[in-house]
Design a protein around this ligand. Sequence first.
Ligand code: KIV
Length: 290
Amino acid sequence: MTAGSSPPERKQTTTQALQEMKARRQPITCLTAYDYPTAAALDRSGIDILLVGDSLGMVVLGYENTLPVTMDEMLHHCRAVARGARYALLVGDMPFLSYQISVPEAVRNAGRFIQEAGMHAVKLEGGRERLPAVQAILDVGIPVMGHLGLTPQSVHQMGGFRMQAKTAVAAKRLLSDALALEQAGCFSLVLESIPSRLAELVTSRLHIPTIGIGAGPGCDGQVLVTHDLLGLFERFTPRFAKKYVDLHAAMTGAFEAFRSDVTAGTFPEAEHSADMPDDEWQAFLSSMEP
Ligand code: KIV
């Protein structure tokens, strides 16, 4: 930018823009968002993709895992995020059983994210077994992001939240799934908790961008659960997450300070209070006299 010139106008991030970023080897940033103020801050920070992840079941709603999350809960949070963001690509995460039961149900539910909640795209978990649903959603014009590796909606089948694709057979299956999802028309893939060198190889074989979480530096982009980054989820922080700030501690400190101010009578002070004009007050008192 030369002196006196204005900064380049920021454009809405599109799925096409993400492909171009991959081609230019420009890293893609993605963070989860579940509410209006966080979406506004993420958008202002220039984050490319806001994912309304079903992780909200754990980090916002306090469930044990993502399985209880409903369509209504997802849509409620998606609407708040859509009100806060202007530029980022908004991706709504399809919750458990919203796309696995039948293809028409998958299309109907994917459509609700776009029509009722302001999302630009949806994400769903799984490989080749999900191709009919992925294909049908794409056929009605809704961009789909895939999700391979650790797929939290299969937590019980996987025996816990553990790294996936550690054997040659599983790695080969994951690569075939990734190629099949690309072939079907997915615009991007999340690769969660898989070996770094596998993520790097998959990334090099695909034309669409990979977004890694616990998958090393070889992906085209990185995603984190925002509550892990902010230190807001006190139950645990995954090993692969980087905590940039401890907001849980900061919040607890602020709440304790408020409690102590109120119990000591030091809040509110004059600057936090307002009064009415004397004449109005006198008129009010007179009006109360019998
Ligand atoms: O639900 C979620 O937040 C996700 C990300 C961890 C990729 O699926």
